[in-house]
Ligand binder design. Structure first.
Ligand code: APR
Length: 231
């Protein structure tokens, strides 16, 4: 079977681009209450607080630049055209800005807005607020186009199909604590794929992988890509 690689990334792949992770010491969930800013109930309770939270993350993401890990994954896709599927839990858009094309942002994109009334999607302005009118229906019911806890991630059918045909699953910079992404390694292993974890340090999920590569993504990911391309 030809090489077919599914890559799953988390916040650790963007850490060296200056964007915070969630569960490392001092991470985003040490600074904000997840329930207040990343759930539909939190948005219903205080939409202005949630808009402020994502307006700040949208600005940080816009100012950040892809790092060597993002660029190496885009290079891998160019060399293995059609045989690399990149699934990311990140909402920062850095994989796309590095040139990756086959990207499934399963938790959405902070630079997109969606209307809760008519489901229209459009590129978010730098600041969204409760006064932002939907360009399609005119109602001020917009929200960041991101997936909150308790909501269904995007692209699950496409991701399932990619896992079914994967010869390798490579999981980069994620704590492996949030489902369904955290369950991909079991699915891939069950289907006979080789599984690799690339992380700064061993994670809670490391024992589930055939191979664990420890190191910062900006060094470990380019090295792994060169290893794959050098075969
Ligand atoms: N290089 C590689 N890995 C790194 C680096 C780095 N420079 N810095 C941190 N890491 C690793 C950490 O060791 C940790 O395992 O990145 C991981 C970050 O884990 P989390 O902060 O939990 O982020 P993530 O796994 O992406 O969270 C998943 O949870 O809050 C939700 O929707 C949010 O998409 C997010 C999901």
């Amino acid at each position: 079977m030809p090489e077919s690689i599914v890559i799953l990334t988390g916040a650790g792949v963007s850490a060296e681009s200056g964007l915070g992770t969630f569960r490392d010491t001092g991470g985003i969930w040490d600074q904000y209450s997840l329930e207040d800013v990343a759930t539909p109930e939190g948005f219903a309770r205080n939409p202005a607080l949630v808009h402020d939270f994502y307006n700040a993350r949208r600005e940080h993401a816009a100012q950040a630049r892809p790092n060597a890990a993002h660029e190496a994954l885009a290079r891998l896709e160019r060399h293995l055209r059609g045989r690399v599927t990149l699934v990311t839990q990140n909402i920062d858009g850095l994989h796309e800005r590095a040139g990756s094309r086959q990207v499934y942002p399963m938790h959405g994109r902070v630079d997109q807005a969606v209307c809760a009334a008519c489901a229209h999607r459009w590129p978010a302005p730098s600041k969204l607020s409760t006064q932002t009118a939907c360009p399609a229906c005119g109602q001020n019911t917009c929200r960041p186009d991101v997936v909150w806890f308790g909501e269904m991630p995007y692209y699950l059918d496409e991701i399932e199909q990619a896992l079914q045909r994967a010869t390798q699953l490579v999981v980069i910079g994620t704590s492996g604590t949030v489902y369904p992404a955290a369950g991909f390694v079991e699915v891939a292993s069950h289907l006979g794929a080789h599984t690799v974890e690339i992380n700064l340090a061993r994670s809670e999920a490391s024992d589930a992988f055939n191979r664990v590569i420890e190191g910062p993504a900006s060094e470990a990911v380019p090295a792994w890509v060169e290893e794959v391309l050098g075969k």
